[in-house]
Design a binder for this molecule. Structure first.
Ligand code: NDP
Length: 458
């Protein structure tokens, strides 16, 4: 630990929130010798472990088996059409999540962190109320994450949000999802794959605003191919109960009957009930905690990391922010992470993954060479399923550095993770070209893109 000193506080560091970022920060700080406490009121591991990335991926994997069984017929397998047991899936998922939650708690106690299963809020800038107990800390980290937000329309209480989707008692035959972001697209694939009829309502021409335009168009095609009914360029205006069903009215006048209305219209930082005003911690517009590049808030001994700061709302980023902060405060050296090219994935069907600049972003910096390929993956030449892959490289023309890679297709996140290393290392198109492919794979296309598709200009 940096410069040991006598302190009048109960803890050197107290972390509010036991999600991915908070847990990492607490563990690393304790490993450096700091006296660390952490409070979590709901579940250890936070959104990602309990109602986010992990259970979502399990549900997504579950939802693929039906189509894979269909694909198998093309390869000579004969079997009865499989049926799905939603309750069995949720029970298996819950068992795994309970196991992981236990691991998170053990990691903390194993690292010497004092764990409080309690809500924490500020009494003043160095004093917390932790489940009714007054605790003082020299430094405090706010890592309280975010929560799904409803869009503020009449009847919105008749719908659910993603937290609820993981615990539905049964699979609704019809689901209407409102939103066109990560969560909307992922759950559209999950529910469709498991056999529900899904309507997806979003206010843009294509889902996933902010992603590369070619990817967005390919996502529209993929959702249609999977059987999702799309309602672009419109929004929900109201929901009414209709017996056990719901009648959903859209801005374009259409009325859709469904069994489940699901809002995936974004998330908001969790700051309510923290009494940040008592500690002098400022918020920015939208309710996130204001921080500088070092995750320091408007109080120099109070920090905030992860979704509560609404920077890059991804688990690995929150983990990196927590780790960097703990090293900076208590460690001998700081760890270097590259936030300029953060890879991410949407676990749609097929999945989509991306790293670096979109074509439009790259073109703002100067001409960009664009390489695009679209093809039917080998498996589906025989399965007969309509499923296309699209891969794209964005290359800065002046330096010939690859500044963006985008893919929709099977294994896209597994492939893009490797490409992200190349982009982080500053690889040029020539480096990609002199890399030998692995045949036959889809990934090899990234090193065999010889013909420029177009030049993007500012
Ligand atoms: P997003 O911000 O990704 O998407 C929100 C969607 O809701 C957008 O399509 C937005 O439309 C729409 N929307 C917002 N407000 C309204 C409104 N009032 N009326 C109609 N539509 C509205 O949020 P998500 O909830 O999907 O996910 C939250 C975040 O969690 C993500 O941004 C991501 O950072 C993270 N996440 C990451 C995942 C992953 O890594 N695989 C998976 C899930 C979540 P518009 O585009 O027009 O604004």
């Amino acid at each position: 630990m940096k410069a040991a000193h006598v302190t009048k506080f109960d803890y050197d560091l107290f972390v509010i929130g036991g999600g991915s970022g908070g847990v990492r920060c607490a563990r690393i700080a304790a490993g450096h010798g700091a006296r660390v406490g952490i409070a979590e009121a709901r579940f250890w591991g936070g959104t990602c472990v309990n109602v986010g990335c992990v259970p979502k991926k399990l549900l997504m994997q579950a939802s693929e088996y039906g189509a894979l069984a269909e694909d198998a017929r093309g390869f000579g397998w004969e079997s009865a059409r499989p049926t799905h047991d939603w309750a069995a899936l949720i029970a298996a998922k819950n068992k795994e999540i309970d196991r992981l939650e236990g691991i998170y708690r053990k990691l903390l106690t194993g690292a010497g962190v004092t764990v409080f299963d309690a809500h924490a809020c500020f009494e003043d800038a160095n004093t917390l109320d932790v489940g009714g107990q007054k605790i003082t800390a020299e430094r405090i980290v706010i890592a309280t994450g975010g929560h799904p937000e409803r869009p503020g329309i009449p009847g919105e209480d008749l719908g659910i949000v993603s937290d609820d989707a993981f615990f539905l008692p049964s699979l609704p035959p019809r689901v209407l999802i409102h939103g066109g972001g990560f969560i909307a697209v992922e759950f559209a694939g999950i529910f469709t794959g498991l056999g529900a009829k899904v309507d997806l309502v979003f206010r843009q021409p294509h889902p996933l605003r902010g992603f590369d335009e070619d990817l967005r168009e390919a996502m529209t095609e993929a959702l249609i191919a999977q059987g999702v009914t799309l309602h672009p360029n419109t929004t929900l205006t109201r929901i009414d109960a209709y017996g056990d069903a719901r009648r959903v009215t859209l801005g374009n006048g259409a009325v859709i009957e469904t069994d489940l209305a699901f809002f995936a219209t974004g998330r908001r930082p969790n700051t309510r009930g923290l009494h940040l005003d008592r500690a002098g911690v400022s918020l920015i517009e939208g309710g996130a905690i204001a921080v500088d590049a070092d995750s320091t808030t408007s109080q120099e001994h109070i920090y905030a990391i992860g979704d509560v700061t609404n920077r890059i709302n991804l688990t690995p980023v929150a983990i990196a922010e927590g780790h960097i902060l703990a090293d900076r405060l208590y460690g001998p050296t700081e760890r270097d992470w590259n936030f300029a090219a953060v890879p991410s994935a949407v676990f749609s069907q097929p999945p989509l993954s991306t790293v670096g600049l979109t074509e439009a972003q790259a073109a703002k910096h100067g001409p960009a060479d664009i390489y695009v390929t679209r093809f039917t993956p080998m498996r589906h030449t025989i399965s007969g399923r309509t499923r296309r892959t699209m891969m794209k490289l964005v290359v800065d023309q002046a330096s010939q550095r690859v500044v963006g890679a985008h893919m929709i297709g099977e294994d896209a996140p597994e492939i893009i993770q490797g490409i992200a290393v190349a982009i982080t290392a500053g690889a040029t198109k020539k480096d990609f070209d002199r890399t030998v492919g692995i045949h036959p794979t889809a990934a090899e296309e990234f090193v065999t893109l010889r013909t420029r598709t177009r030049v993007a200009t500012p």
